[in-house]
Unconditional design. Structure first.
Length: 443
């Protein structure tokens, strides 16, 4: 037994030495942090925009509505539907000006966050330069001065990421080369900043708008379409079931060695999830059914109750024979409902724990597979709404698609998670009880 424990500890130590530095470098990498924080910067706009999309699309199939047999609630929903159809353009204008320009908001947010990470003096200027470059590469203006919104929403998110990061690097390069207009010391700082912002802005316009014109001239493809074609293999990985499972499992493996794996994988899964959810929202806005399975709902379920579906473990711990587990489980229940599980990961602990680490990896895989199947078979509603983060899972489940079946489904996933964790938890509980007995005997 001691020999097995020694081998187990040796394996964990080796994994720790190899993976921990990698995970820490990825988690602290400025560009990845800028992507995560920059998209979170735009999250309030997504949530509010989603609310107006809900108002414009009440949960009723009007073709199946029969006024003669409908109850009061159904009549109220039907009245809501008729009102929404009559005023659809007015209701959805806030949606178009929030979720519909999320790519534009992200271009500013990502550049601002990266500039702040570099401790540049005026990150807001870098954000605006990125925004201008993004607009030049993603939209057009017709003869009547109307701007096309087609690529300003989630469709242009990956372009926003690229321009948001590279525009700051272009401005930094100009600063490092000390390419500035020489000004006397008597010039006020704000005036000097205005004058010295001209060159970075001009350089970014030359780089990105110039590249856009070259691509259109040579390939007859604009910058946005070209980038999306180049990113197709990468996005296909996150938009496929097994690729998604691979990414989520990588994040959970990092958690097991004490590194915040969610931070590492977040830029990938959130960007693809937002893009798919935005595409679904656009379909719903046109009165069509959503079709993109790998939407944000998939990520929410992958971290149901926290990474590793650990709410299932919390429920088991609340009735444990071990006082430590029981107290920790009760303290962690409310945070677990909101998918916050650091107390469990580090308090149980799950990290560096090969017994509880196994179900921690297995449960999310099962969740993702079942969700993928359930959406494809229309057992649950497909996500088309960006729900608020860190709200109770049952609220998120309903908000994602305005479908109560999703709430029942996620509760079922937690029950399945309990059965996945149960045999491993019993082993961990038995070992903890034996340890306590041994300590009492020694005392």
């Amino acid at each position: 037994m001691d020999k097995q424990n020694t081998q187990k500890d040796s394996l964990i130590t080796k994994l720790d030495k190899v993976l921990t530095p990698i995970g820490q470098k990825l988690g602290n990498q400025k560009h990845l942090q800028a992507i995560s924080n920059g998209m979170l910067f735009g999250l309030p706009f997504l949530v509010i925009g989603s609310f107006f999309l809900i108002v414009a699309n009440p949960p009723i199939v009007i073709d199946k509505y029969n006024p003669a047999t409908a109850n009061i609630f159904m009549k109220w929903l039907a009245g809501w539907k008729y009102w929404a159809v009559a005023h659809y353009s007015e209701i959805t204008l806030p949606y178009n000006m929030t979720m519909g320009i999320f790519g534009m908001i992200s271009a500013f947010g990502i550049a601002h966050q990266l500039s702040s990470g570099y401790r540049r003096e005026h990150p807001e200027t870098d954000g605006m330069i990125s925004l201008v470059a993004y607009l030049m590469c993603t939209t057009t203006v017709d003869a009547k001065s109307r701007i096309s919104l087609n690529n300003l929403g989630t469709n242009g998110l990956f372009v926003a990421i690229i321009i948001g990061l590279l525009s700051v690097e272009v401005s930094r390069w100009i600063d490092r080369k000390n390419i500035k207009i020489k000004l006397p010391d008597s010039i006020p700082p704000m005036v000097a900043h205005f004058i010295n912002s001209l060159l970075p802005l001009l350089a970014n316009i030359f780089v990105f708008y110039g590249l856009n014109l070259i691509l259109v001239g040579i390939t007859h493809t604009d910058f946005t379409s070209f980038i999306m074609k180049c990113l197709t293999p990468a996005t296909s990985l996150a938009n496929s079931l097994w690729g998604y499972i691979l990414i989520v499992t990588l994040g959970n493996l990092l958690w097991l060695i004490g590194v915040n794996g969610s931070n590492v994988i977040f830029p990938i899964v959130f960007a693809t999830g937002i893009a798919a959810t935005g595409a679904n929202a656009a379909l719903v806005a046109k009165g069509m059914q959503p079709t993109n399975v790998m939407n944000l709902q998939m990520f929410r379920i992958a971290v149901l109750g926290g990474s590793g579906n650990s709410l299932a473990l919390v429920i088991l711990m609340m009735r444990s024979k071990v006082e430590k587990y029981r107290a920790l489980g009760r303290l962690s229940f409310i945070p677990g409902l909101c998918s916050i599980n650091e107390p469990i990961i580090f308090g149980t602990p799950i990290c560096f724990n090969p017994i509880l680490g196994i179900p921690f990896l297995i449960a999310p895989i099962v969740n993702v597979i079942l969700t993928y199947v359930a959406q494809n078979l229309h057992w649950i509603g497909m996500g088309y709404i960006v729900d608020p983060s860190f709200t109770p899972f049952f609220f998120q489940a309903y908000m994602s698609s305005m479908d109560w079946r999703n709430v029942v489904f996620e509760c079922l996933l937690i029950v399945i998670g309990i059965f996945i964790y149960l045999p491993f938890f019993k082993v961990a509980e038995k070992n903890e009880l034996a340890k306590q007995t041994a300590q009492v005997s020694e005392n």
